[in-house]
Design a protein around this ligand. Structure first.
Ligand code: WT7
Length: 644
């Protein structure tokens, strides 16, 4: 983070980007920005015209209350207008923009050489088929569907199919534990779960269906029985035959054989076959075979729910962030277009998992809304070696690349050689997200990865904001390493002191936003009171981010980190309360206190203090057990090197 008084390095935008850039200068940005905040209905109204609407808003374009002292908090953009986001990102591109033959996704499997591609038309057909499957299972508008899948094409298909029929998807990152999945299924009482048999992440096999089954059992124990579960046969895909969706390439086959072979070994983790409960389980490929490739979308109100996505909360329980249809659509699409300076010939790669908001907005909805070609990557940056990212960049000639500071810091450890072994000459813009990027990592990213040729966009935002809030624009903003620079269109930041006064000029304090942007969350699912308390109570009239922030003398914003009980480990937001409550569930623990500590690679790490109950002694075994217990609520063990 930049410190006051530090000699500021400023990197001007690259001239070679200028001729084609959407926003070729700072003054151009400033003009557009002014209009976006002074006349949001006009600014976003013009953008909305590029999308397909079945009908127009029946009331005001924007209506809201941000002030708890004046009544209920609400935000409505284009209420009464009807549309369908799936129609806009697929049918509109295929039919109106004639992009049917354009690649929507290159799928790159965990195993190098295991790959597939899918065009916009093919994706539309798959999505229609699966939307028909969902309808035939009785799913309808407003129902919730949990999706617990690895990074495979079916994940995008499943989420878009939900959107097509107006069902809300609740995607749960496939690295989460059975406890976390159970908690998320219960919170929004899902009618259906979509999962897969198993997958490899690096050299680690994850028996996803087994974990899903554990979660379903935990739900039963808590009095909730899930009705249906659809299972993608992914790892042993070649058994599926013609109805399967992806390639049946040799490496995948090899993996499958390996699994078959390992299955005969005594290892307990490798079960002989996918556990199956005929009362609720159904194979994806069986349901898909014969399903029609045409499906009338459900026309939804702009303010109808699109998805729920859980994020850690400082109270200890994850919050179901609810995003709605119309505003989210235009915000994800517009931020993608400008922040990456999207051009039709781009190949864009965001290394996040779709299970995080970054993947929702900047793998699926934003890029597809622009008709972009994206890379969907199943693996990890270190498998089979630490040059994997750059080999994928070269393989697909990636032009715009988006990753997390934790991944950059991890790769930095291995030096320049694994990067330089690959050409990377296709790269034009490099993005980062998830946590503050230290200037050292920023400079390495810029100098080594981008060879000083690629502007860096350090994008600050949150699950709750739906899209970018503070960010440079590649051809317009002079950047400073470690600063997320200036607000995106429609975003009005302010810095408040403890007593809620707005600070002008150079200042440090609470980062808040003063007026709604189209992508802002609308509520915490089923808990509107919580939504008001967490985000609007402390400073009436403002949306509270929970982050500290400094504005320097040039007006640049620098995020200084969380100022609540949240911490950021490798770009993953955790709450101390969440880990504390997991620890005290252990019979040996009487009390627990968790604090954050700086960590050179992960940004932050946890220090956990526990008081043991009578009769327990601290041993290595108990320590290991407690470590497991603490992380069980979230992830399956250590996820170093993974990122969103
Ligand atoms: C928190 C939100 C937005 C997608 C990933 C995170 C931190 C995020 C930055 C950045 C400094 C950042 C903040 C924020 N954060 N991006 N560029 N610079 N901090 O989503 O899990 O909702 O976490 O991540 O602390 O509040 P999330």
């Amino acid at each position: 983070m930049g410190l006051p008084g530090e000699k500021a390095l400023v990197y001007p935008p690259r001239p070679e980007l200028l001729p084609a850039a959407h926003i070729p200068s700072l003054s151009h940005y400033q003009r557009m920005y002014q209009r976006s905040v002074e006349a949001p209905h006009e600014f976003w109204g013009d953008i909305a015209k590029e999308f397909y609407w079945k009908s127009q808003p029946t009331g005001p374009f924007l209506n809201y209350n941000f002030d708890v002292t004046k009544g209920k908090i609400f935000i409505e953009w284009m209420k009464g207008a009807t549309t369908n986001i799936c129609y806009n990102v697929l049918d509109r591109n295929v039919n109106e923009k004639k992009l049917g033959d354009k690649i929507a996704f290159y799928w790159e499997g965990n195993e190098p050489g295991d790959s597939a591609k899918i065009t916009y038309r093919e994706l539309l057909h798959k999505v229609c088929q699966f939307a028909n499957v969902l309808r035939s299972q009785g799913l309808k508008k407003g129902d919730r569907v949990s999706i617990y899948l690895p990074m495979i094409v079916e994940l995008a298909v499943a989420m878009l199919a939900c959107a097509r029929i107006g069902a809300l998807h609740s995607i749960v990152f496939a690295g989460f534990s059975a406890d976390s999945l159970c908690e998320r299924i219960l919170d929004c009482s899902c009618s259906l779960l979509i999962t897969a048999d198993a997958f490899y992440r690096g050299d680690k096999l994850v028996n996803l269906k087994q974990i899903a089954d554990e979660a379903i059992q935990k739900c039963v124990d808590k009095g909730f029985s899930l009705k249906k579960c659809i299972v993608v046969k992914h790892l042993c895909r070649e058994e599926v035959g013609a109805a399967g969706t992806c390639s049946k390439s040799p490496p995948q086959k090899k993996l499958c054989q390996e699994v078959q072979e390992k299955k005969t070994e005594s290892s307990k983790r490798l079960r002989p076959k996918t556990p199956w409960n005929p009362a609720i389980d159904m194979w994806w490929h069986e349901l898909m075979s014969g399903a029609s490739t045409e499906c009338e979308p459900e026309w939804c109100d702009a303010e109808d729910g699109l998805f729920i996505l859980y994020t850690s909360g400082s109270t200890g329980k994850p919050k179901g962030v609810l995003h709605t249809t119309g505003g989210y659509m235009i915000f994800a699409a517009t931020s993608f277009k400008y922040v990456f300076d999207y051009q039709p010939e781009d190949v864009y790669w965001c290394t996040a998992d779709i299970g995080w908001i970054t993947g929702h907005s900047y793998i699926t909805y934003g890029p597809l809304a622009n008709g972009a070609t994206g890379v969907l990557f199943e693996g990890v940056p270190t498998y089979p070696d630490v040059g994997r990212m750059w080999s994928v960049v070269d393989k697909y000639k990636v032009t715009k690349f988006y990753t997390a500071p934790t991944a950059i810091r991890m790769l930095m450890k291995y030096g320049e050689e694994p990067v330089k072994k690959h050409s990377r000459k296709s790269l034009k813009v490099l993005g980062t997200v998830g946590e503050p990027i230290n200037p050292e990592a920023w400079l390495w990213y810029h100098r080594v990865v981008g060879e000083e040729r690629c502007p860096i966009v350090d994008t600050f935002w949150q699950t709750e904001t739906g899209g970018h809030m503070l960010t440079p624009l590649p051809a317009a903003t002079p950047t400073k390493p470690g600063s997320a620079t200036f607000p995106f269109f429609g975003v009005v930041p302010a810095i408040l002191n403890d007593s809620g006064q707005e600070l002008e000029g150079e200042a440090e304090g609470f980062l808040v936003f003063k007026q709604p942007w189209p992508g802002i969350m609308r509520t915490v699912y089923g808990k509107h009171q919580q939504f008001e308390t967490i985000y609007f109570q402390k400073f009436p009239g403002y949306y509270l981010t929970g982050d500290g922030c400094r504005r320097d003398k040039d007006g640049y914003y620098w995020i200084t980190g969380r100022i609540d009980d949240m911490l950021n480990v490798s770009g993953h937001l955790l709450s101390t309360a969440e880990v504390e409550s997991a620890l005290v569930e252990h019979p040996a623990v009487a009390e627990a206190a968790v604090v954050s500590h700086p960590h050179p690679l992960k940004g932050e790490c946890l220090y956990c203090f526990v008081t043991l109950r009578e009769g327990y002694e601290l041993s290595q075994d108990l320590t290991d057990e407690l470590k497991k217990q603490g992380s069980n609520r979230q992830m399956l063990g250590s996820r170093q090197g993974e990122h969103r």
